[in-house]
Write a protein that binds this ligand. Structure first.
Ligand SMILES: NC(=O)C1=CN([C@@H]2O[C@H](COP(=O)(O)OP(=O)(O)OC[C@H]3O[C@@H](n4cnc5c(N)ncnc54)[C@H](OP(=O)(O)O)[C@@H]3O)[C@@H](O)[C@H]2O)C=CC1
Ligand SMILES: Nc1nc(=O)c2c([nH]1)NC[C@@H]1CN(c3ccc(C(=O)N[C@@H](CCC(=O)O)C(=O)O)cc3)C=[N+]21
Length: 282
């Protein structure tokens, strides 16, 4: 049996169309959601992701502002820029594209973003609220994955979810959201002994490793739902963390790369920006 392909590109488009209608209504009331995207240096992958974010903002009707700074910017200057954006009433969302140059401490930069404008859901306040189940802007990639699962009709409650990767931006928060949706969750990482023995038990397998096509058919239980978060440039093309051609033959559903989780991440950023604008108001 070949797996159903979970079409993130199409689902993300639906989310953006819904948001476009919502933004038009907010505009009638005089509220225009504003997003500031801060890009330090000219990391090629970041350039491409940032372009996607600006394009999506235009489509939805969000006022986006791309703020570029040289990689030589000091940490203090960057923190000052964020303070200025925190105080700017036209800006409801602030995103600082990662990674940052080595001389800048990303934790310090993130912690300076006002939690009300934290559309990435990365600040300690947002993370804390998410952990204790209080209202918070959720990090975009895990939020997007939950949407994909829900809109594809995947049952989560009572299922065994295995997450490979434990980063702050993907692995850790998706584990938490799945657990909150009543899955039983196993978290794996680079020190996990016998990875396949864990992943083979997954009803829902989340791959967030950053290693091209690392997870193969040998890691997957027949009938599993496989979500591939990886975006790796490998031998001139874009591939996930999952060996797609092989795994699609045994999984019941799978996300492709590109066209799976990536577009959903951007759609959730749009959603968080609209949400932040509504909460902050005019
Ligand atoms: N589609 C999207 O919207 C997004 C895609 N991504 C992509 O997702 C992938 C992961 O990103 P991110 O979480 O930021 O990456 P990180 O590098 O921050 O984290 C990778 C995680 O994978 C674990 N890991 C590394 N090697 C192995 C291994 N051999 N076996 C098991 N676990 C391993 C690491 O373990 P340890 O903690 O022990 O080091 C770590 O927890 C990347 O390809 C990235 O480009 C990221 C964000 C958004
Ligand atoms: N502050 C911050 N917030 C982030 O959300 C953030 C970040 N920094 N740094 C890097 C990661 C990575 N990330 C992606 C977003 C979209 C795609 C995406 O749309 N990918 C397309 C392909 C894009 C292409 O062709 O290059 C797809 O999978 O179909 C991928 C990766 C967000 N990140």
């Amino acid at each position: 049996m070949t797996a159903t392909i979970i079409d993130g590109k199409t689902i993300a488009k639906e989310v953006r169309s819904e948001l476009k209608i919502e933004v038009a209504k907010l505009k009638e009331k005089g509220l225009i959601p504003g997003l500031a995207v801060v890009l330090v240096g000219n990391h090629p992958a970041s350039e491409s992701y940032v372009k996607g974010k600006i394009r999506a903002s235009e489509e939805v009707g969000i006022n986006s502002r791309l703020i570029r700074r040289e990689s030589s910017i000091s940490e203090r200057e960057l923190l000052e820029l964020i303070e200025t954006l925190n105080a700017d009433p036209a800006i409801h969302g602030i995103l600082v594209q990662l990674p940052l140059p080595d001389h800048i401490n990303p934790d310090k930069v993130i912690a300076t973003i006002s939690p009300a404008k934290d559309v990435d859901g990365f600040t300690p306040v947002s993370v804390g609220n998410m952990v204790i189940g209080q209202e918070a802007l959720l990090p975009c990639t895990p939020h997007g994955i939950m949407h994909l699962l829900q809109r594809s009709g995947v049952q989560i409650a009572g299922k065994h979810a295995v997450v490979v990767g434990r980063s702050n931006i993907v692995g850790k928060p998706i584990s938490l959201l799945l657990q909150r949706a009543d899955a039983t969750v196993t978290m794996c990482h680079s020190r996990t002994a016998d990875l396949a023995s864990h992943t083979k038990q997954a009803d829902i397998l989340i791959a967030a490793v950053g290693r091209p096509e690392m997870l193969t058919a040998e890691h997957v239980k027949p009938g599993a739902v496989v979500i591939d978060v990886g975006v790796n440039r490998h031998e001139g093309k874009l591939v996930g963390d999952v060996k797609f051609d092989e795994v699609k033959e045994i999984a019941s559903a799978i996300t492709p790369v590109p066209g799976g989780v990536g577009p959903m991440t951007i759609a959730m950023l749009m959603r968080n920006t609209v949400e932040a604008a509504k909460r902050i108001g005019k």
